[in-house]
Structure formats: structure tokens, C-alpha cells
Design a protein around this ligand. Structure first.
Ligand code: NAD
Ligand code: UFG
Length: 337
């Protein structure tokens, strides 16, 4: 089976490409390298011993994508391509609505016109906004995002629901990721953010390697075990395996289904710092700053639906995440060449 990965040169897509190829799938990557580098694709080939076919194209370019689809005739698509920075989406909402929505709409049009009707979509736990209950399960209201980035995910999910209603041949799996982190254990693939990282784990790795002076913890007066926010950190390797399980699910004519991908365990910011200190064997300078606007105190999933219906369960821990993130950062202090 041949799987086309939009955004497959990115952080989650590159790890998924390796997992798919090691499970016997052929992989085609389409990425415009807006937020990634071509050397990532070389490293995917180096690790897996197989070269994915790579097209440097914009997924929103219908003509270019139509040519790729006619050439490759994929059996299914995993749609990772998109912008993902919450604060950037607040500052420039039109950019997010334009790129994330137009890219997804154009991709669906290309798929329908080429009779490719199996899709896995990268959604996010951000669609749940402030949790109505914990743990978050798939029946929680998934239309409550509090920022433009999250609202693009809600709109795309709704568009895919409408598409499945109108065209019964379509099968869609929506994967709502919790907090992806960590890196490939080879230290050849990892997260390579542009500029100052927004997310906790890449910020910590940059402090540990000496690129940043200290971690500022965004508030320690939340109603949580130690006052800092609690999140469900999922190793990117586990996440990649979740995509392989979702591809298998598509083959059962599932119509449209949504799954939360997380571990089911929440860790506070202070706990992540402690795990990171253990992994790096060094003290990490930090201070307490004000709360970050928009942060919810606690978010973690009930992972049981994915276990029951996908046969998938996260197997790696926060210690594995910190060890692999650190190894990646330490061996690639400047990210990808
Ligand atoms: P990433 O930025 O590393 O990967 C996205 C890739 O898409 C990049 O390689 C980028 O160059 C490419 N891309 C963007 N627009 C494109 C376009 N129009 N045409 C072709 N390629 C394009 O991000 P990631 O962390 O790997 O995230 C992948 C997906 O998962 C995104 O949709 C993101 O919203 C979603 N997600 C990520 C997280 C997270 O914390 N990383 C959490 C929840 C959901
Ligand atoms: N944090 C700090 N200092 C930092 C960075 C982060 O204290 O320098 C704190 C945050 O305030 C938060 C926690 O660490 O309390 C986790 O923050 P992240 O930014 O790593 O993760 P979020 O849960 O805020 O958001 C992430 C992705 C979103 C996605 C969401 C749910 O960035 O895109 O998970 O999947 F929508």
C-alpha cells in the first residue's frame, strides 16, 4: 500500500514515515519545506534504509498535487501539512485561516477528483478548549478551541464530516494529538523549531544545551498538584505508531471516526523539569513567571477508545521523552543542516 504524507518532512510526519516504511508501506512525501528542511527526508531514508519519494510542492497548489496524485496513485493520505503555532495564529489569524483551510480544502478536492478516499487528519486536543471534564474523551465537545489555530482544526474536522456525509466512499480518521514531544532514539530526527520555542520540551532542551539562559515557568498558582500546568506528553514515536494503526482502521471502511492520542497520564511543568534534569544529569536554571494567556490548568486524555478500536496504546514515558529529546538536541545543537 502506498501512503502520501502531506507535511511529511516535518516533525511528526518524518517520524511517521519511518514507522510506515518499517511496517511495509510505501511512502510519498509532499512538503513545501516552509517549516522543515530537505535533509530531514535524507535522514528518514538513512534510518529506514528505504527512500521515500519526495515532492517539494505546496499542497494548496491543485495543479501540482493533481499531477502527483496521477503519478503516484496513493491508497491513502495522512494530512500533516499546516501551520501550528498558537501565538502566531493569534497575531495573524488570516494567515492561519488562509493556509490551513485552503490547503485542506484543495487537498480534499484533489483526493475526490482522483478517487482517493482514505484520509488521516492531524487534529489537536486544542479543539476541546477548556476541558469540560477530565480525562478528556472523544465525546467531549470538540468545538471549544480558544485560539485561531485551534478553530482552523475545528473547521477542517467539520468540513471532513460534511464530505463523508456527501460522499459515502470517503473514510476519515481524525487524530487529536495531546502534547507530542521527544525525538527518534537514533538522535537523527527531532523537533527543530524556528526561533524561540513556544513549547515546553524544546525550550528545555535549548536551556540544557546552553542556547537559553533559563526556563521561565508560566505560573505556579494553578489548582494542580504543585501549582504548575499539567499536560499529557506523548512520545513522537508512539504518535507515529498511532498513525500506522489509523491507516489500518481506514481499511475497515470506518467512515469518520475521531481518536485522542495521548498517554492518559498528566505531568506538571515542574515534573517535566525534574525528569529532564534526571535525563541530562544537570541542574536547569528556571524561574517562575506570570501565567501564559490561554493556558488551561490541566489537560490529559482517556486513551481507552484508541486502545479498543485501533489496538494502539502509548508505551513510552516522560523519562523516555526527555532522554530522546536531550540526545537529539545534544547531537544536533543547530537542528537540521
Ligand atoms: P511541522 O511544522 O514540523 O510539520 C508540518 C510540515 O508541513 C512542515 O514540514 C511544513 O513545511 C509543511 N507544510 C506546511 N504548509 C504546507 C503546504 N501548504 N504545503 C506543503 N507542505 C506544507 O509540524 P508538526 O509538529 O509535525 O505537526 C504536524 C501536524 O500536526 C500539524 O497539522 C499540526 O497542526 C498538528 N499538531 C501538532 C502538534 C504539535 O505539538 N507538534 C500538536 C497537535 C497537532
Ligand atoms: N511552559 C512554560 N514555559 C515555557 C513553555 C511552556 O512554563 O517556556 C508551560 C506552558 O505554559 C504550559 C506547559 O508548559 O503550561 C505546556 O506548554 P506547551 O506550549 O508545550 O503545550 P500546550 O499544551 O500549551 O500546547 C500544545 C501545542 C498546541 C496544541 C496543544 C494541545 O503547542 O499546538 O498542545 O495539543 F494545541
Amino acid at each position: 500500500m502506498k501512503i502520501l504524507l502531506t507535511g511529511g518532512a516535518g516533525y511528526i510526519g518524518s517520524h511517521t514515515a519511518i514507522e510506515l516504511m518499517s511496517s511495509g508501506y510505501e511512502v510519498v512525501i509532499v512538503d513545501n519545506l516552509r517549516n522543515s528542511k530537505a535533509s530531514t527526508v535524507d535522514r528518514v531514508a538513512e534510518i529506514s534504509g528505504q527512500s521515500p519519494t519526495f515532492y517539494q510542492k505546496d499542497v494548496a497548489d491543485y495543479v501540482a498535487m493533481d499531477t502527483v496524485f496521477k503519478q503516484e496513485q496513493p491508497d491513502a493520505v495522512i494530512h500533516f501539512a499546516g501551520l501550528k503555532a498558537v501565538n502566531e495564529s493569534v497575531a495573524d489569524p488570516l494567515l492561519y485561516y488562509q493556509l490551513n483551510l485552503l490547503t485542506s480544502m484543495s487537498l480534499c478536492r484533489t483526493m475526490a477528483d482522483n478517487n482517493v478516499t482514505n484520509l488521516v487528519f492531524s487534529s489537536s486536543a486544542t479543539v476541546y478548549g477548556k476541558p469540560e471534564r477530565l480525562p478528556l474523551d472523544e465525546n467531549c465537545d470538540a468545538t471549544k478551541a480558544t485560539n485561531p489555530y485551534g478553530r482552523t482544526k475545528i473547521i477542517i474536522e467539520q468540513m471532513l464530516r460534511d464530505l463523508c456525509d456527501a460522499k459515502p466512499k470517503f473514510n476519515v480518521v481524525l487524530l487529536r494529538y495531546f502534547n507530542p514531544a521527544g525525538a527518534h532514539p537514533s538522535a537523527r530526527l527531532g523537533e527543530d523549531p524556528n526561533g524561540i520555542p513556544n513549547n515546553l520540551v524544546p525550550f528545555l532542551t535549548q536551556v540544557a544545551v546552553g542556547m537559553r539562559d533559563e526556563l521561565v515557568i508560566n505560573g505556579d498558582d494553578y489548582p494542580t498538584k504543585d501549582g504548575t500546568c499539567v499536560r499529557d506528553y506523548i512520545h513522537v514515536q508512539d504518535l507515529a505508531k498511532g498513525h500506522v494503526a489509523a491507516i489500518r482502521k481506514l481499511q475497515s471502511n470506518c467512515r469518520l471516526v475521531a481518536y485522542n492520542l495521548g498517554t492518559g497520564t498528566g505531568h506538571s511543568v515542574k515534573e517535566v523539569v525534574a525528569a529532564f534534569e534526571l535525563a541530562t544529569n544537570q541542574h536547569l536554571p528556571r524561574s517562575i513567571g506570570p501565567r501564559r494567556v490561554g493556558d488551561v490548568p490541566t489537560s490529559y486524555t482517556d486513551p481507552s477508545l484508541a486502545k479498543r478500536e485501533l489496538g494502539w496504546k502509548a508505551g513510552l514515558t516522560i523519562d523516555d521523552i526527555c532522554r530522546d529529546a536531550w540526545r537529539w538536541q545534544n547531537e544536533n545543537p543547530d537542528g537540521y543542516p
